[in-house]
Ligand binder design. Sequence first.
Ligand SMILES: Nc1nc2c(ncn2[C@@H]2O[C@H](COP(=O)(O)OP(=O)(O)OP(=O)(O)O)[C@@H](O)[C@H]2O)c(=O)[nH]1
Ligand SMILES: [Mg+2]
Length: 139
Amino acid sequence: MRLFIQIPCLNEEKTLPLVLEHMPTQIPGIDDIQLLIIDNGCSDKTVEAVQKLGIKHFVCHAKPMGLARAFRDGVDYALKHGADIVVNTDGNNQYPSETIGELVQPIIRHEADIVVGDRQTATIKEFSWFKCKMQHFGS
Ligand SMILES: Nc1nc2c(ncn2[C@@H]2O[C@H](COP(=O)(O)OP(=O)(O)OP(=O)(O)O)[C@@H](O)[C@H]2O)c(=O)[nH]1
Ligand SMILES: [Mg+2]
């Protein structure tokens, strides 16, 4: 079972190393973990910041092409390189990398085809304006 963990990045030189610091190196039910960085036209040193870490897979856009395109090109690359499971996470350190092992377990157990992590936005200060707005509209 080959897992690709893809990370689309638009100028994440400061946070991408932190995201990689807590990446799992072994996951029950997975034989092989591959990391894929999608450089969506970064103008900072995102790629240079992680080049020493031995990552083998990069997809590079010469200029920013939007997150959806970066996501899609990452998935296409992963599938072409034998991925059985693709996890997409962010380069701005909004998701705890160490939870990826748990995230993929329903797929490994054949209980789900897709799993979506919940970052519990209601508990994050920066998202409180959104909650207020939803309450204002009666949701
Ligand atoms: N917003 C944005 N992010 C990009 C783009 N290309 C790559 N990314 C990366 O995609 C990841 C997610 O970016 P965010 O800005 O957090 O987008 P999001 O998670 O959809 O939005 P939030 O709900 O605000 O967190 C980060 O690692 C970005 O660097 C792009 O064109 N726009
Ligand atoms: Mg985000």
